[in-house]
Design a protein around this ligand. Sequence first.
Ligand SMILES: Cc1cc2nc3c(=O)[nH]c(=O)nc-3n(C[C@H](O)[C@H](O)[C@H](O)COP(=O)(O)O)c2cc1C
Length: 328
Amino acid sequence: MTNLSTKYLGFDLKSPIIVGSSGLTNSVFAVKEHADNGAGAVVLKSLFEEQIRMESEQNIQISGSNNLYPEAQDYISNYTLEHNLDKYLQLIEDCKQEVDIPVIASINCVTSDGWPQFASKIEKAGADGLELNVFVLPTDFSRGTDENENVYFKVVKEVMKYTSLPLSLKISYFFTNLAQMIQKLSFTGIKGLTLFNRFFSPDIDLKHNKIVAANLLSEPGELTTSLRWIGVMYDRVRCDLAASTGIHNGEAVVKQILAGADVIHLVSALYKNGNNHLKIITNELKDWMTQNKYKSIEEFRGKMSQTVINDPAAYERVQFMKYYSGIE
Ligand SMILES: Cc1cc2nc3c(=O)[nH]c(=O)nc-3n(C[C@H](O)[C@H](O)[C@H](O)COP(=O)(O)O)c2cc1C
């Protein structure tokens, strides 16, 4: 019998396969389906403060109160905020009633008030944990590296003052000194790091000469960036590691666990193949474990991480030298 149970953010999960934050987790119906399909946990769709602010601006425009009635504008802003927050808190409460797997909320805020305010309300609504979806795109020429990177530490510190929920931090790889940054973040008291978020990115439509959205969904080949950094950071951080991006099948799950992931997030694979695909991936993981005579996840987690393998430099090869790549 294969045992998929694993620990993540202090919870005992029945599987390391969890459904990542996305439209796949924005209704109680969908969350229940993931739980029924065997997901170890779900991360709900992020509550985006910026989106709420944009909606409030639109409501102010529609009501015609822009410039004329400051009190009316405040009222509309507060109403829009409360309405969106309430909807999200209701989703948490409903999910907690329907499923017995951990329900991890997710937020992305743009103001210093937003993070703690959302976090404390989410805790009261009964979420089991909170993923902080933090991203500063380093495009502002007037801001130095420290200024950008300090945002992450400030957000964590501020949120921790207002909630005792276990926190995970979902980040990108746009850092000057990624390994050190990941390690320092893991020392802040967070319980998990999700490596990495994959963003809405621009592409150019050559026919119409305009910027359009690039592929929204990942391809299996995108696995390797998170695989490298999970492998490098395993055993060098003081928190759990969740792998995200490019995990489309059981083999990819196995690779991430061998590299050292505590859990893996599925998103694009379920968008492409339907929610039922989680069951198929879970069975592929089980089959691999049976074939390789592993009874539990613990037995092979991190077995191919950088600190363990005989050739640690394999994780650091970056140039296409013939000797490594086999082609010129
Ligand atoms: C349609 C869509 C919506 C997403 N929404 C969120 C979100 O609200 N919050 C978040 O942290 N990540 C969000 N993501 C990113 C995913 O959680 C995930 O990190 C990313 O898609 C990479 O994983 P994948 O290769 O399995 O898709 C979204 C991704 C997609 C495709």
